[in-house]
Design a protein around this ligand. Structure first.
Ligand code: GCO
Ligand code: MG
Length: 400
């Protein structure tokens, strides 16, 4: 089966998405997501200008060789742009292979290890009470696991709380936000105290620090919130320096999650092999497709670490489809994140996966079960957009 055409589609149904559609001489096509929030056009160009010309005429069934060709064959390898572009090719090719086999993608990976996936969503409030009310509403809808973020009093904007949340801002420059670690560290335990008093301990609560602390601060926080028995504390420290997690680990048993920004197994090898984390958050988008995340998951499995694919709304419904087929198979599955796509995105990307009672279901259609309506996509042209940046009150740049 020969690849006859590959096109890059950039659209903005509620937010920007980059999609690769690969067509073959047998009439079967597959689609993959290449979205890197705030850097969309860089991946579009990487695909269009550098990968697509090498794809035409290739045998679509050679997923592994094509992956290696684009990974090893690039002298300048790794990095979010390269790996997202390779991921889009990889996911589109798995989609084609599964459609050609007339099987849902999880069957090609080794078949189902489970019927449905435990999933968490986000409760974000301006006040502790409002966050609690949102948790109550999700609980009522059947959710078993909820990530809780609340505005930190004294900071004008808090990550994850605004309506647009982590969505990139449609502006010509990144918005600058203010961060203050001591204020945050005094506040967070109060939020968790309130939620445990109100909901007890059965409900899984998660919290995302979003890379803001030093290892020493994170160790103190992880120790202090042990009493709240979190499902996890996420991205406590920026993880370029993987060994910094040793300090947190030595001081606390709070489960740790990490890895949504990682794009290769080498970004998490030490964290996994030293058992410094409990959940690995790499997705089939930012970490090089199904072909690469399954390698990460297999390594993680050796060390009792479970998967937890990043599921923010800034990855298209295609990534959610691919992730759910991966989740359906992966033996060491932990949890899946889901943050609700804008309605316009659901129309552009018709999909078979669905939510019921706090669980996601992959669907049974051949392929990954997600399609793109190119006519609908045309109605939503790309808009320039950035993620926020953060500074301390004296102007120092901080991790956002
Ligand atoms: C999460 C993430 C996101 C990111 C976003 C950046 O845990 O879901 O931290 O909210 O901020 O994906 O583009
Ligand atoms: Mg996160």
């Amino acid at each position: 089966m020969k690849i006859t055409n590959a096109k890059v589609i950039v659209c903005s149904p509620g937010r920007n998405f980059v999609t690769l559609k690969i067509e073959t001489d047998e009439g079967i096509y597959g689609i993959g997501d290449a979205t890197v929030n705030g850097r969309e056009l860089a991946v579009a160009s990487y695909l269009q200008d550098h990968l697509v010309p090498c794809l035409i005429g290739r045998d679509a069934s050679q997923i592994e060789d094509i992956w290696q060709y684009f990974y090893k064959g690039a002298y300048w390898r790794r990095g979010p742009i390269t790996m997202a572009a390779i991921a889009a090719v990889d996911v589109a090719l798995w989609d084609i292979k599964a459609k050609a086999a007339n099987m849902p993608l999880y069957q090609l990976l080794g078949g189902a290890s489970r019927t449905h996936m435990l999933t968490y969503t986000h409760a974000n409030g301006e006040t502790i009470e409002e966050t609690g009310d949102k948790v109550a509403a999700f609980k009522e809808q059947g959710w078993k696991a909820i990530r809780v973020q609340s505005a930190v009093p004294g900071l004008p904007v808090t990550y994850g709380v605004e309506k647009v949340g982590s969505l990139a801002q449609a502006e010509d420059k990144p918005r600058e936000t203010l961060w203050d670690t001591p204020t945050y560290l005094r506040f967070l335990p109060k939020l968790l105290d309130h939620l445990r008093d109100r909901f007890g301990y059965e409900l899984h609560l998660l919290h995302d620090v979003h890379h803001r602390l030093t290892p020493q601060e994170a160790a103190g926080l992880a120790k202090e919130v042990e009493r709240h028995r979190l499902f996890w504390l996420e991205d406590a420290v920026p993880a370029e320096n993987q060994e910094s997690f040793r300090l947190i680990r030595q001081h606390s048993t709070t489960p740790l999650a990490l890895g949504e920004v990682f794009n290769s197994i080498h970004d998490c090898r030490q964290l996994i092999q030293e058992q410094l984390i409990d959940y690995i958050r790499t997705t089939p988008l930012h970490a090089g497709g199904i072909t690469h995340v399954r390698r990460i998951a297999d390594l993680a499995g050796l060390y009792h670490i479970r998967t937890a694919c990043h599921g923010a709304a800034d990855m298209s419904p295609i990534t959610m489809g691919a992730a759910l087929h991966f989740d359906r198979w992966v033996p060491n599955f932990g949890i899946q994140e889901y943050a609700f796509h804008p309605d316009e995105a659901k129309n552009v990307f018709p999909h078979e996966w669905h939510l019921r009672d706090g669980y996601l279901y992959s669907g049974e259609k051949p392929g990954h079960g997600v399609d793109i309506d190119e006519k609908a996509a045309e109605k939503y042209p790309y808009r320039q957009a950035y993620l926020d940046v953060a500074r301390l009150s004296d102007g120092t740049m901080w991790s956002w």
